[in-house]
Ligand binder design. Structure first.
Ligand code: PRP
Length: 171
């Protein structure tokens, strides 16, 4: 596999800081619940939350969608639900990447059943090439047309997640 640098550590850090400022400004003192989507969002989530100058709570969900290949299996399971009650709260879902949009759509549909006051989406990479579901993205770090990306939480068959930068991966 050929790995090529796509987004540097500095560019990620700068964009995360900008997003954190934007989010802090929008939420003020409303104490949102930030929900990280495991596993991919773990580094983005940790960096974003620590950059936020905002009272907030954190929780996690786990949505398993991809198997061990580059293509979506089209099958998504919610294997961990949030534990903080979402009823009446402002909730911000934090994802590493929206690709087809299936995972985030399922998450929105599922979490809406808990009657949050508001449900918004923050994603590091908004990748457009394979979108099949229209997704209302409120905050995004980088908008990308195409390519298979790894690093900073993004994996290929559970590899490359730990890389501090984002790379494209080609056969
Ligand atoms: C990845 C990523 C998103 C989802 C995006 O998760 O973290 O959750 O795919 O793809 P979609 O828009 O086509 O649904 P994955 O299921 O690979 O699990 P992971 O977070 O553990 O890598």
């Amino acid at each position: 596999m050929k790995k090529t640098l796509f987004i540097s550590r500095d560019a990620i850090a700068q964009r995360v800081a900008e997003l954190a400022r934007e989010i802090a400004r929008d939420y003020g003192q409303d104490k949102p619940i930030l929900i990280g989507v495991l596993n991919g969002s773990v580094f983005f989530f940790a960096d974003l939350v620590r950059a936020l100058d905002l009272p907030c709570e954190i929780d996690f969900v786990r949505a398993a969608s991809y198997g061990m290949s580059m293509d979506s299996s089209g099958c998504i399971r919610l294997t961990k639900e949030p534990e903080i009650p979402l009823e009446g709260r402002r909730v911000l879902l934090v994802e590493d990447i929206v690709d087809t949009g299936q995972t985030i759509s399922l998450l929105i549909e599922t979490l809406r059943h808990q009657n949050p006051k508001e449900l918004k989406i923050c994603v590091l990479i908004d990748k457009l090439e394979r979108r099949t579901q229209e997704v209302p993205i409120d905050y995004y770090g980088f908008r990308v047309e195409e390519g298979f990306l790894v690093g900073y939480g993004l994996d290929y068959a559970e590899q490359y997640r730990q890389l501090p930068e984002i790379f494209t991966l080609e056969p």
